[in-house]
Design a protein around this ligand. Structure first.
Ligand code: 13P
Ligand code: SF4
Length: 319
């Protein structure tokens, strides 16, 4: 604990010296989330992280999350320095959507509007018409559907399927998934609900359909935290990365949060309810990158200029 306090103090000093701001996701280590808030940074979902990084005057952004979050920040602020604690922190959705295959898929369906999830590489975003996050994907596809557009969606098949079902849009889906949310199990969730009949079910839409179907609230990480705070219930079953519980408990003190069931348990299943790449962010590597300036995110200027169009469409829609 003493070592932790020393590291935290070092990070606070370095953030000041470097005139840097910390932008963190709800799935990273609780200490990092707290530090972000204590130092005037932010902890939030992907949409808000993108917006916060873009609008903050600091010329150095330290993004505690996964690679696509750092890349989105860099694309939105090409003149800022964007650092990340570990450049190998990626995402199974990003890995499962290689640019070449995705480009061929788009080329084969030129009549479709290409909508991609934020959890993709900069090059994939550059090929898209729209980028969306989980907090706003449904509204954007509903908007495009109302205009008579047919959609090509990538990469998360669960989120895509959920949006398709809700909007009735014509959507061609890429077959990616999140290795964390894919583990949540509908049958076991049904059994758990019987043991907790008054619990409300909070589900991230990257979860399989039979889990989403049982939800009281489906939403982004920020939307699920708001639901935990605002819903009139004492007990919640939560189907998303368990890093979120830190903030949920702070936002809704006295309420009880239960992990939704997964295929395995933490002893047998490494990615069960906690993202292995989000877990690569720690106090030590955060302090080290601030000190050394290593792990800077770079995005090819041409790719960045194309990708910003799809991201800006979302941000303007959200505004
Ligand atoms: P949010 O945008 O809802 O925070 O989701 C990001 C993510 O990677 C979920 O797994
Ligand atoms: Fe990607 Fe899933 Fe990790 Fe989110 S939780 S960053 S979607 S692997």
């Amino acid at each position: 604990p003493q070592e932790k306090e020393v590291l935290k103090a070092r990070i606070k000093r370095l953030l000041k010296e470097q005139k840097a701001v910390l932008v963190a996701h709800y799935y990273v280590d609780a200490d990092l989330q707290d530090l972000a808030e204590e130092t005037g940074g932010c902890v939030s979902d992907s949409l808000e992280m993108a917006r916060f990084g873009r609008d903050h005057p600091a010329q150095t952004l330290v993004v505690a999350g996964v690679k696509f979050m750092g890349e989105t920040s860099k694309i939105l602020s090409p003149h800022k320095r964007v650092l990340m604690p570990d450049l190998d922190a990626t995402c199974s959705l990003d890995l499962g959507c290689p640019t070449d295959e995705f480009t061929a898929f788009c080329d084969a369906h030129p009549d479709r509007t290409v909508v991609v999830y934020a959890n993709t590489s900069a090059a994939v975003k550059a090929r898209a018409d729209w980028m969306v996050t989980s907090s706003i994907g449904l509204d954007i596809v509903a908007h495009l559907h109302a205009q008579g557009k047919k959609i090509l969606w990538a990469p998360d098949r669960h989120l895509g399927g959920y949006i398709q079902k809700k909007t009735g849009a014509d959507m061609l889906l890429w077959h990616g998934s999140c290795l964390v949310h894919d583990e949540f199990k509908g049958i076991e969730l049904g059994l758990l609900r019987r043991e907790h009949p008054n619990a409300k079910i909070l589900v991230h839409p990257e979860s399989p359909q039979d889990v989403v179907d049982q939800a009281d609230v489906v939403g982004s990480t920020s939307q699920l935290i708001a639901a935990a705070q605002n819903l009139d219930a004492d007990e919640f079953i939560v189907a998303t990365d368990n890093g979120i519980l830190h903030k949920m408990r702070m936002a809704a003190p006295g309420k009880r949060f239960i992990d939704a069931p997964t295929a395995g348990n933490s002893a047998t299943c490494k990615s069960c309810a906690h993202c292995p790449w989000m877990a690569m962010n720690g106090l030590q590597n955060l302090a080290d990158v601030l000190e050394s300036g290593r792990n800077e995110i770079h995005v090819d200027a041409d790719i960045g200029r194309k990708a910003i169009i799809s991201i800006d469409r979302m941000l303007n829609f959200a505004a």
